[in-house]
Design a protein around this ligand. Structure first.
Ligand SMILES: *[C@@H]1O[C@H](CO)[C@@H](O)[C@H](O)[C@H]1NC(C)=O
Ligand SMILES: *[C@@H]1O[C@H](CO)[C@@H](O)[C@H](O)[C@H]1NC(C)=O
Ligand SMILES: *[C@@H]1O[C@H](CO)[C@@H](O)[C@H](O)[C@H]1NC(C)=O
Ligand SMILES: *[C@@H]1O[C@H](CO)[C@@H](O)[C@H](O)[C@H]1NC(C)=O
Ligand SMILES: *[C@@H]1O[C@H](CO)[C@@H](O)[C@H](O)[C@H]1NC(C)=O
Ligand SMILES: *[C@@H]1O[C@H](CO)[C@@H](O)[C@H](O)[C@H]1NC(C)=O
Ligand SMILES: *[C@@H]1O[C@H](CO)[C@@H](O)[C@H](O)[C@H]1NC(C)=O
Ligand SMILES: *[C@@H]1O[C@H](CO)[C@@H](O)[C@H](O)[C@H]1NC(C)=O
Ligand SMILES: *[C@@H]1O[C@H](CO)[C@@H](O)[C@H](O)[C@H]1NC(C)=O
Ligand SMILES: *[C@@H]1O[C@H](CO)[C@@H](O)[C@H](O)[C@H]1NC(C)=O
Ligand SMILES: *[C@@H]1O[C@H](CO)[C@@H](O)[C@H](O)[C@H]1NC(C)=O
Ligand SMILES: *[C@@H]1O[C@H](CO)[C@@H](O)[C@H](O)[C@H]1NC(C)=O
Length: 485
């Protein structure tokens, strides 16, 4: 009996021992992983919800810790996602020991200090997301040596430099370094990441020219390098980016020269934002004239440049356009009536140019138009097409400081089936005549009305008093009499 018990105890002990022994063999690496996370935990100086303090406990398996995922096959940590936990701390080099890690995401916390170059040892890493922290110093170029890396996001940190290396991540598809303080030229190793589809370097202090080698990144779908200090011309090689969908070069105020006309031949491009540069020359006349397929261009933003010539009439072929912004340039000539073909247009902003002639009545076909911004083209003459006021989606009309004449139409805001949404009506500084139409009082959503400095005469209609939402009403500088009719 006693011997039996001893034997059983011995067997149990032996079993236990061999179990622990064999598991200690197979858990050697998971213990390395656990140690690495304990070092990370020790580097966290503020944990507002005491999440890690409570949850990352040595008494439970690291694979059950919050934010940790282990692989089934090797029983190692494959993903660490501790995003958005309000954590403050630094990144220890031991994280480089998580050698099975495929995903590392600490975005939306307050991690600070520099990134350890040991992260380059994560040779299975595919996704690295440190967005929205306060990391600073050098972006370790060793990270770009991780050949498995597909996505690297360091948006909204305080990185200030990048060392130029040779050889970019061969499988990197997405790189977001936006909203940092990166300086110097766009590093050439980025231009060697041949698989890049998404590149966002905007809101930094990059200087120098836009490298023409960007045209070699032929898989790019998004190129966003606006809000920097880039200068020189837009390289014509960008037209080689045959899969490009979004091109954002806005606010590089030293960017000069013409817009390469071949850019408009990229059939996948739906967003072009070149606002607030110093671009010159005319717009090409091949816009949206792809022979084999419809143009997909939805947003064309070229405002705040020094573009000249006329607005090309074949802009009317870009049938998918919802936003056209050409304001603050030096466009001359007539507003092409073909713009009336753009029936999906929501915003038409062509103010602060040198346009002349009449506002084409075809603009009344823009049944989805929400904002018509056409101020400060002092040579714009003729009547305001009354059909404009029939567009039921229109909530802002700005025709300030032109040379418009004639009476205001009497169909204002008299849509039969739905209430008017018009909020802003800016017609000051023209030569408009006649009386202020009483049915302006039907535009119940109006908040800002300026009719000042025209030649309106007669009495102010009593119905204006129906406009209970109005905050600003300018009607001075006219020939109005009396109070109310
Ligand atoms: C830690 O968090 C995980 C995931 O939320 C949860 O399943 C586990 O019960 C928690 N453990 C402790 C000790 O709080
Ligand atoms: C983990 O990483 C640190 C620093 O990079 C290193 O000194 C240490 O030897 C590593 N530990 C293990 C168990 O691999
Ligand atoms: C990248 O890897 C190559 C070859 O493995 C090596 O020579 C080079 O020094 C590495 N670069 C960095 C920045 O770690
Ligand atoms: C980066 O280094 C490469 C060679 O490794 C060199 O050709 C290139 O001019 C450098 N680019 C910059 C921006 O320093
Ligand atoms: C690029 O980054 C900026 C700043 O973070 C952001 O506002 C913008 O939407 C991004 N562009 C694209 C195309 O994702
Ligand atoms: C990269 O672009 C440059 C200039 O456009 C070109 O001369 C060169 O052949 C390209 N290199 C590769 C590898 O495509
Ligand atoms: C523009 O694209 C069309 C078809 O997409 C093509 O036929 C034409 O040759 C291109 N133009 C130029 C100058 O490459
Ligand atoms: C284009 O850039 C301007 C500022 O430069 C910005 O106001 C506008 O919203 C941008 N448009 C789009 C569609 O991103
Ligand atoms: C255009 O860019 C300049 C310089 O960056 C800036 O000061 C200005 O506010 C920008 N204008 C608009 C309308 O965004
Ligand atoms: C575009 O507009 C013009 C002028 O308004 C018109 O003559 C023409 O038929 C329109 N084109 C198409 C394809 O609808
Ligand atoms: C104005 O719109 C109404 C309905 O929204 C429609 O019945 C009327 O025919 C339109 N007027 C003109 C001149 O198109
Ligand atoms: C303004 O309100 C009065 C009284 O409610 C109404 O008789 C008149 O028709 C309204 N005027 C307009 C233009 O809607």
């Amino acid at each position: 009996m006693a011997t039996n018990q001893t034997l059983r105890l011995f067997v149990v002990f032996f079993l236990l021992h061999s179990l622990t022994y064999s598991s200690s063999l197979s858990t050697k690496n998971i213990i390395t992983d656990k140690d690495a996370l304990l070092v990370l935990k020790a580097h966290i100086t503020h944990d507002p919800h005491t999440l890690l303090a409570k949850n990352w406990s040595t008494s439970i398996s690291v694979c059950n810790w919050i934010g940790v995922t282990c692989g089934v096959r090797h029983h190692r940590i494959t993903a660490l996602d501790i995003s958005n936990l309000g954590l403050t701390g630094t990144i220890p080099p031991q994280l480089g020991n998580l050698s099975f890690l495929a995903l590392l995401s600490i975005n939306d916390n307050n991690f600070y200090g520099s990134l350890p170059y040991e992260l380059a040892r994560l040779h299975r890493l595919k996704y690295l997301n440190f967005n929205y922290n306060q990391l600073s110093g050098n972006v370790p170029s060793s990270i770009f040596n991780i050949s498995s890396l597909q996505e690297l996001s360091l948006k909204h940190n305080r990185f200030s430099s990048m060392v130029n290396v040779s050889g970019g991540g061969p499988n990197l598809m997405s790189l977001d370094l936006s909203e940092n303080s990166l300086e110097g030229e766009i590093p050439s190793f980025i231009l060697e990441c041949k698989q890049l589809q998404f590149l966002n370097l905007s809101f930094n202090n990059f200087r120098g020219g836009i490298p023409k080698e960007i045209g070699n990144l032929t898989k790019l779908k998004t190129l966003s390098i606006g809000d920097n200090k880039l200068e020189g011309k837009i390289p014509k090689e960008l037209a080689n980016l045959v899969e490009l969908e979004r091109l954002i070069l806005r606010k590089n105020v030293l960017l000069t020269g013409q817009i390469p006309s071949l850019l408009f031949n990229i059939s996948s491009l739906w967003l072009i934002n070149l606002s607030n540069n110093s671009l010159t020359g005319n717009l090409p006349h091949n816009m949206c004239s792809h022979h084999h397929h419809h143009s997909v261009l939805e947003m064309l933003q070229l405002s705040l440049n020094q573009l000249t010539g006329t607005i090309p009439y074949n802009l009317g072929q870009c049938r998918e356009l919802t936003i056209v912004s050409l304001s603050y340039n030096q466009f001359r000539g007539h507003i092409p009536k073909e713009i009336g073909n753009l029936t999906k247009l929501k915003i038409l902003s062509i103010g602060f140019n040198k346009l002349e002639g009449e506002i084409p009545k075809e603009l009344g076909n823009l049944v989805e138009l929400e904002r018509l911004l056409l101020p400060d083209n002092v040579l714009l003459t003729g009547q305001i097409p009354s059909l404009l006021f029939n567009i039921s989606s229109l909530w802002q009309i700005d025709l300030t400081n032109n040379s418009l004449t004639g009476d205001l139409p009497h169909n204002m805001c008299s849509h039969h089936h739905h209430p008017s949404v018009l909020e802003g009506l800016h017609l000051s500084m023209n030569q408009l005549t006649g009386t202020i139409p009483y049915n302006l009082g039907q535009c119940r959503e109006l908040t800002n009305v300026s009719l000042s400095y025209n030649q309106f005469r007669g009495r102010i209609p009593r119905d204006i008093g129906n406009l209970t939402m109005v905050k600003v009403l300018y009607i001075g500088g006219n020939n109005l009499i009396g109070r109310y009719l």
